[in-house]
Design a protein around this ligand. Structure first.
Ligand SMILES: *[C@@H]1O[C@H](CO)[C@@H](O)[C@H](O)[C@H]1NC(C)=O
Ligand SMILES: *[C@@H]1O[C@H](CO)[C@@H](O)[C@H](O)[C@H]1NC(C)=O
Ligand SMILES: *[C@@H]1O[C@H](CO)[C@@H](O)[C@H](O)[C@H]1NC(C)=O
Ligand SMILES: [Mn+2]
Length: 596
């Protein structure tokens, strides 16, 4: 009996070991196999769900991609501009300041004194520091078009990308020289890169081609799975790549944008611009931003959907980029390309997200140093092309505000329209209703009229009206005798606009109260359209102008001709105002207008 038990045990042990070895061999085989397949699986759109569940968990294995050694070394760096601290030139270093400022629009003399490999502050959300990403990530070609970029800002872009990217993922950096005329842009740059930054090289375009065609030229040369476009005066921050690549590995029709931080043009200080927003536009095609959705705010380190890319910095799979036809080659110099690509991505079956854990600093210039290329309204022509091909009936809202676009010849559009047809892209209405669904609330295609206009006359002291002409110190607004009685000059014609702010007629200055104290002054401040300190509601029955969220009422002191807000008081006569023309239809619909 004892013997039997022993041999049985032996048998079981042996079988168990055999099974284990078999499983192990199978695993190893599969994981090797997987390395080959990783990109394919990831890059096939919506890889059959069944299959992707089968493929063993090594597919989804995640690792910590942080380069801890470099992070440790960077943390110890001291010196000018290190850790992104604001930097200043000493008086003896100011020699080239003006000359270099003029041709760059930023403090290039200071850039020359800051290390190319300076440390930047890790300002990511805390949660990003422990986040893991797929072990198998696609390879990357970084494309950096430039025209007369300053030497050290260009090199710092390249150095930061090389230093902060896992070497096995970063395959190449392709600089595209758009016919620069600065002496170092040709041979010295070629030589420097070949000697010091061997992953990078330059394509020199024979003639000025503009930003859009320069990006296309770089994309054509690229050989990696993913293209990442960067501006030529940027700095990649810690662990910037994995968050950009993982969403693409999971679905090759996803385009991913990093958060763009601010490198201050004067001091090269590195700071965030905000904690994220969704890209959008108004109906003059100015780039705008919409707030994050409640759902996005719950997951501050996760990528969130964004209707429109900011423009210069994004990652997209090479396969998807070319399926979309790249950029429309009919677009000239710059302008409209961010809308074209964003509309195409969404309407033609892709999606676009911002990755909060990927951050790249960018120098926003103080001014543009490059002369207008003298090609007429090329931006308007680009907008017309984009609107005609992608925006369907919504194009009219653009044309309504810029009627001359209708007169511009957009050139041949047959190829673009054929592409839209071939890819069976969705209508613009779908984009507006499903992706940019909250855009019309903030930027209505047809602007609502005003809630009311005209003079704002006090009822406690009916000879006085709100007057924005005789402003006191700090733009303080007061009251004055009503000009409709006296025929004197004044600025008493106001609009209570659909933004729910009060503006002197035709101006973009708003009545603003920021002081929380009793009898707080009312000042004129540039309108921001964000309500808050500029929010006013006209209560037709009580004849009150109620300010902001904390319910104070517009009031005045006729003796001192002062205008202010204080706690609303049913018995106060000076809190009652008559707005000359009130649109009662609009007022009765108050809560449904201009919400966002
Ligand atoms: C390589 O970099 C060093 C250090 O910045 C520089 O002195 C050298 O000139 C560079 N090499 C070339 C060929 O430009
Ligand atoms: C105030 O503006 C409205 C609308 O533009 C205009 O019709 C009206 O004549 C103006 N009133 C005065 C007193 O200027
Ligand atoms: C009042 O507003 C409505 C809705 O916006 C508009 O149709 C109407 O013309 C306005 N009335 C006046 C008198 O401006
Ligand atoms: Mn730029």
């Amino acid at each position: 009996m004892k013997r039997n038990t022993k041999s049985l045990l032996k048998f079981f042990l042996l079988s168990a070991v055999t099974v284990l070895i078999t499983v192990l061999i199978f695993r190893i085989f599969k994981s090797v196999n997987y390395v080959e397949q990783a990109h394919l699986v990831g890059l096939i759109h919506g890889a059959q769900p069944e299959e992707s569940q089968h493929v063993n968990h090594i597919d989804n294995e995640k690792i910590d991609w942080h380069d801890l050694e470099r992070i440790r070394r960077d943390a110890l760096r001291k010196g000018l501009g290190e850790q992104g601290a604001p930097a200043y030139l000493s008086p003896t270093e100011m020699k080239n300041y003006d000359e270099l400022y003029k041709v760059n629009g930023f403090n290039a003399a200071l850039s020359d004194k800051i290390a190319l490999d300076r440390a930047v502050p890790d300002i990511r959300h805390r949660g990003c520091k422990t986040k893991k990403y797929l072990k198998n990530l696609p390879s990357v070609s970084v494309i950096v078009p430039f025209h007369n970029e300053h030497w050290t800002t260009l090199l710092r872009t390249v150095v930061s990308v090389i230093n902060r990217s896992p070497p096995q993922i970063l395959k190449e950096i392709i600089l595209v020289d758009d016919a620069s005329t600065k002496p170092f842009s040709r041979k010295p740059l070629d030589d420097y890169l070949a000697a010091n930054l061997t992953k990078s090289r330059v394509i020199h375009l024979p003639e000025r081609s503009g930003l859009i065609r320069a990006r296309l030229a770089g994309a054509r040369e690229a050989t990696s799975d993913v293209l990442i476009f960067l501006d030529s005066h940027t700095e990649a921050n810690i662990n910037w790549l994995p968050p950009l690549l993982e969403p693409i590995a999971q679905d090759y029709k996803t385009c991913v944008c990093p958060f763009i931080d601010v490198i201050q043009f004067e001091t090269f200080q590195y700071r965030s611009q905000d904690e994220g927003a969704r890209g959008a536009f108004d109906w003059e095609f100015f780039y705008k931003r919409l707030p994050l959705l409640a759902e996005d705010l719950k997951h501050p380190t996760e990528p969130f959907k964004s209707p429109i890319m900011a423009g210069g910095l994004f990652a997209i799979s090479r396969k998807f980029f070319w399926e979309l036809g790249g950029y429309d080659e009919g677009l000239d110099i710059w302008g409209g390309e961010q809308y074209e690509l964003s509309f195409k991505i969404w309407q033609c079956g892709g999606q676009m997200v911002d990755a909060p854990c990927s951050r790249v600093g960018h120098i926003y210039r103080k001014f543009s140093p490059f002369p207008n290329p003298g090609k007429g309204d090329f931006v308007g022509r680009n907008y017309r092309r984009v609107a005609e091909v992608w925006m369907d009936e919504y194009a009219q809202y653009l044309y309504k505000r810029r009627p001359h676009y209708k007169q511009i010849d957009p050139g041949d559009l047959t190829e673009q329209k054929a592409l839209r047809e071939r890819l069976k892209c969705k209508p613009f209405k779908w984009f507006m209703e499903h992706i940019a669904f909250d855009l019309p609330l903030k930027y209505p295609p047809i602007e609502p009229g005003d809630f009311g206009t005209g003079e704002i006359r006090n009822l406690g002291a009916p000879e006085f009206c709100v007057d924005a002409m005789f402003k006191g110190k700090d733009q303080v607004v007061g009251i004055a005798e009503c000009v409709s009685d006296t025929k004197k000059v004044g600025e008493q014609n106001f609009s209570l606009t659909w933004h729910k702010d009060i503006r002197p007629k035709g101006k973009s200055m708003c009545l603003d109260v920021s002081d929380p104290n009793d009898k707080a002054d009312v000042v004129l401040f540039p309108c921001h359209g964000m309500k808050g300190n500029q929010y006013w509601k006209y209560d037709v029955e009580k004849q009150w102008f109620v300010h902001g969220g904390n319910m104070r009422c517009l009031d005045c002191d006729p003796g001192q001709k002062r205008l202010y807000v204080r706690a609303c008081d049913m018995d106060s006569k000076t809190q009652k105002w008559r707005l000359e023309n009130v649109n009662l239809t609009m007022i009765s619909n108050w809560d449904n207008i201009g919400v966002a």
